[in-house]
Design a protein around this ligand. Structure first.
Ligand code: NCD
Ligand code: ZN
Length: 348
């Protein structure tokens, strides 16, 4: 690998998919996201879900109240789509600048998705309304059919749900979130400009073997679950390709460690403390550091039709050890790559 000791300067990046949670957890994890990112698409899977304008407005106020004085971090809110979401509510939220996008979780696909979509026919009016507005639909792309192998749920979703949906509504602008398979990469690459995808830092680093290396590793369990090595390599090629339809979304999803280190642990990997540093490591390994800015700071705003950030950040080649835990007691969260030393560090 070529030694690159020059610092990297980028336009300030954004995180196009993050779980900030609420209450005490929000206060604990928000500083990590705002250290790295200027804006973030905030997932609505709270309990109860953020499914109308009033809930999103109130949640945004709670996030803003948790920001340190003087922070210019901008939370971009999403509407949790249910079978009964009204098109008028979505349009009103979008026009008022409360909703940036709508999030589709298939019911029971992942954490707090029990209110998600069951009947795709029932959401057609909302999707038609969004297509008219140019409002993005963000999709957790996994089928929930228990007959389908957990490692195939993303590719089967593309065939059974996403492709028919796009054929019915080609003008709808869609982000396939946190893609994990070569099939998803190929599908997005073969589609037009109305389909994009986010890629997490962890799916660029681990394959499914990592979840079982020397014993079961609950902190590497997330949904969609990491796949075979060939898929990780396809994701690395997509992220570093310069193709503007692929951009950064960490899916940083903190869970307090007692809910991870247990007989039936939650899905979610907490990458916020070191996400950008990991992306930099991956781009360096792929000899594509010159494309990191497009992936992290330009392609996302372009898809969301927002201006890129004016401010710049600097990453220095400096070793940095990821903390073992963030927070105290039963509320502590174990970050991705806890205790490991990374090669890049964001300067603040
Ligand atoms: C997310 C969470 O914990 O909210 N978990 C995860 O594994 N990514 C939900 C999600 O985005 O699927
Ligand atoms: Zn997520």
């Amino acid at each position: 690998m070529p030694e690159n000791i020059d610092p990297i300067t980028l336009r300030r990046p954004d995180d196009w998919h993050v779980h900030l949670r609420d209450g005490v957890m929000l206060a604990a994890v928000l500083p990590f996201t705002i250290r790295q990112f200027a804006r973030a698409i905030v997932m609505p899977n709270l309990v109860p879900p953020v499914a109308d304008v009033a809930a999103a407005y109130a949640y945004r106020e709670r996030i803003r109240a948790a920001l340190p004085l003087g922070s210019d971090f901008a939370p971009l809110m999403t509407c949790y789509l249910t079978d009964t979401t009204e098109p008028e509510e979505v349009a009103r939220g979008y026009e008022k600048g409360v909703f940036t996008a709508v999030k589709l979780y298939p019911a029971w696909a992942t954490t707090n998705s029990a209110f998600g979509v069951i009947d795709y026919d029932r959401i057609t009016p909302v999707l038609e309304c969004m297509a008219g507005l140019g409002m993005p639909l963000l999709i957790h792309g996994e089928v929930t059919d228990p007959e389908v192998d957990v490692f195939d749920r993303e590719s089967v979703f593309i065939d059974r749900v996403l492709d028919p949906l796009r054929r019915r509504l080609p003008e709808l602008r869609i982000v396939l979130e946190h893609i994990t398979t070569k099939e998803a990469v190929d599908y997005v690459t073969s589609a037009g400009p109305n389909l994009a995808a986010t890629i997490t830092a962890h799916h660029l680093v681990i394959n499914r073997n990592a979840i079982f290396a020397g014993g079961i590793r609950p902190h590497l369990y997330c949904l969609p679950i990491a796949k075979r090595e060939k898929h990780r390599l396809a994701l690395r090629r997509a992220a570093t390709s310069g193709d503007e339809r692929f951009f950064l979304g960490t899916d940083s999803a903190p869970h307090a460690f007692p809910t991870k280190e247990t007989a039936c642990g939650c899905a979610g990997i907490f990458t916020a403390p070191c996400a950008l540093e990991i992306y930099a490591e991956v781009f360096e390994e792929e000899a594509a550091l010159d494309r990191l800015e497009a992936f992290a700071s330009l392609n996302g705003p372009q898809f969301y039709r927002l201006p890129p950030n004016d401010a710049r950040i600097t990453l220095r080649r400096e070793s940095f050890t990821v903390p073992q835990r963030i927070g105290e007691g039963d509320r502590a969260v174990v970050p991705f790559r806890a205790g490991e030393t990374l090669r890049w560090r964001l300067q603040v």
